[in-house]
Design a protein around this ligand. Sequence first.
Ligand SMILES: *Cc1c(COP(=O)(O)O)cnc(C)c1O
Length: 396
Amino acid sequence: MYGKIKEHLQNELSNIKNAGLYKGERIIVSSQDAVIKLDSGKEVLNFCANNYLGLSNHPELIAAAKSSLDSYGYGMSSVRFICGTTDLHKVLEQKIAEFFGTEDTILYAACFDANGGVFEPLFSEEDAIISDSLNHASIIDGVRLCKAARYRYNNADMTDLEEQLKKSQGARFRIVVTDGVFSMDGNVAPLDEIVRLAKKYDALVMVDECHSAGVVGETGRGVTEKFNVRGEVDIITGTLGKAFGGAVGGFTTGKKEIIELLRQRSRPYLFSNSIPPAVVGAGIRVFEMMTESTKLQDRLHENTEYFVAKIREAGFDIKPTKSAICAVMLYDAKLSQEFATRLLDEGIYVIGFYYPVVPQGQARIRVQLSAAHRREHLDKAVTAFTKIGKELGVLK
Ligand SMILES: *Cc1c(COP(=O)(O)O)cnc(C)c1O
């Protein structure tokens, strides 16, 4: 019976290819780090991982993971409420709550699940969700799974947010939802303003700190720290898959009753496996390291400032960033692909993004900085960018 759909799928695939939208995957044959080895044998500098704090291959996390693996074994073979909760899971939840200054935390297999499972248990037809237009796909999907009315405001546009808050006055409960850092530009949500408007219109606030936790704020506690609104945000979601070690796992942290109800009703939590002890053990170590010192956060901030200053000095047009994401604007889709390919030849691994991932005519190369980068890595990248920029006529 496969026959008929097979042809259809082949057509779909060639449409994707013909539109130039086919996503290839490069194969890495080393650990994830500042320097990685590709299957071609080539060693390149990695500027496209979410390895913001350089923890993906950190010896302390490897040791913590091994130790939990030895004590608690490999898998949990259960969801949390049957027999998938160890004392380690509870410790990690507590550590995350302490880190963000919240009341309680619930772990998920991924932040995609945390966002997918947060709205439906809390909101129904009488309620409204007011969401930033550039929010992550998992928030969009989570909102779709919920019966609440949907409102959308233009990215970080507070006039439009206020408009939507006025329009949704009739709702029983309302929540404003935003990413902390928007991943294509590296800009931050104006959380102080969002909190002010939410108070004025009696709405809750939710922030997805995936790209901001560990990165933004003096000590890496995210946009709630940057805008000094810790305690005024009701729900924070985040991932263990980016700054915090880069393995896998997500969480929702916030008000105690919210978390308690999610444990009762959130479907990705109830019907999906517990995260494994090795990941949980290493996760605990991450949050200990984050509170023992700000060495990694400081290095990331230094690296970002250095790179952004140098690339701007070289003459590139970059988006104003408030995170560890630096968008080097090339505007033209084909040019962004050519540029990234040429950079790889120079030993710099970056990705060119173009429509529909970013708006039409806004193609760019997104550079992601890491605490794992050393000064010479940054210099090498700037030199390569400059060389290719001249060769391709981007720089004079
Ligand atoms: C990466 C990301 C997610 C998904 O996190 P996973 O743990 O990888 O599922 C959700 N929201 C935002 C804003 C992200 O950047």
